[in-house]
Design a protein around this ligand. Structure first.
Ligand SMILES: C[S@@+](CC[C@H](N)C(=O)[O-])C[C@H]1O[C@@H](n2cnc3c(N)ncnc32)[C@H](O)[C@@H]1O
Length: 253
């Protein structure tokens, strides 16, 4: 049993997700378990999904106020999502999951682009927000590691900055789960923090620990999962973030 945790009293002094969030990291990394036989607290026990869920639940309104804007200031992401939607439409299989949908704004965008889109997120607060903001669309609490979707059911999967919190060692399995639900020729768009290095790098994202990826390495993982990563877009936001805004578009072979 996990001891009751107060939701992180997130107080973000700066807008945006960068730079590193010492305060939030401290709060989210103190998940204790009580061993009721010994009475001792055991540290740390939080798996990363619990940590991510609690952290996002604590910032729903703030996150939505900053980012639920259908990418109006991010033309490169918008272009990739438009391309993704067009290619999914061309498969004739319109059913598309926005995995890690957060406040649901991109689910709404996919819907407007003609897809039968629905959103999934592990944070119940995000799902509640998405349902209220977009009452005509479907949202459900779910983990990307175990999707409540039958095999080969989807024409598209959008993972816009939602795999960023998955530790590198767990990413192959996570990708395999996305591939399981994609129909043959179905498409996946993965957007993430790119890095110039050779290895994925863990960093203190403002909400929960995250990883940036060398784009070739992530493309390789997509290939290993049975996908053909046939298009990519890298954008240097020219800010002090130190990350590339990276997008990989792949098709299930
Ligand atoms: C950076 S936000 C991105 C939200 C949205 N895709 C967007 O671009 O605005 C990451 C989202 O992914 C969700 N998430 C992270 N790990 C997840 C997992 N393993 N399963 C489902 N959702 C996850 C978080 O709860 C959060 O809402």
């Amino acid at each position: 049993m996990i001891t009751p945790r107060t939701a992180p009293s997130v107080h973000l002094r700066q807008k945006g997700l960068y730079p590193p969030p010492c305060r939030i990291r401290q709060l989210t990394s103190t998940c204790h378990k009580i061993n009721y036989q010994t009475g001792y607290r055991v540290l740390p026990v939080a798996n990363h999904q619990d940590e991510t869920r609690t952290a996002y639940d604590g910032v729903v309104e703030l996150y939505a106020s900053l980012f639920a804007n259908r990418l109006e200031t991010q033309p490169f992401s918008r272009a990739m999502i438009g391309t993704f939607a067009e290619l999914v439409r061309a498969t004739g299989k319109l059913r598309t999951a926005d995995v890690g949908c957060g406040p649901g704004h991109l689910t709404a965008m996919l819907h407007e682009l003609g897809l039968d889109a629905f959103g999934l997120d592990l944070a119940p607060g995000m799902v509640d927000h998405a349902r209220q903001a977009h009452p005509a669309l479907r949202f459900q609490e779910a983990r990307m590691e175990s999707l409540p979707i039958e095999d080969a059911a989807l024409g598209g999967v959008l993972a816009h900055y939602s795999m960023i919190h998955t530790p590198p060692g767990e990413l192959p399995e996570l990708l395999a789960e996305q591939v399981r639900v994609l129909a043959r020729d179905g498409l996946i768009l993965v957007s993430f923090f790119g890095t110039d290095g050779q290895e994925p790098v863990r960093f203190d994202h403002k909400v929960a620990p995250a990883y940036s990826w060398p784009v070739d390495r992530l493309a390789e993982l997509l290939g290993d999962a049975g996908l053909d990563p046939f298009a990519r877009l890298l954008h240097d936001p020219a800010s002090d973030r130190g990350f590339l805004d990276a997008h990989l578009l792949a098709r299930r072979s």
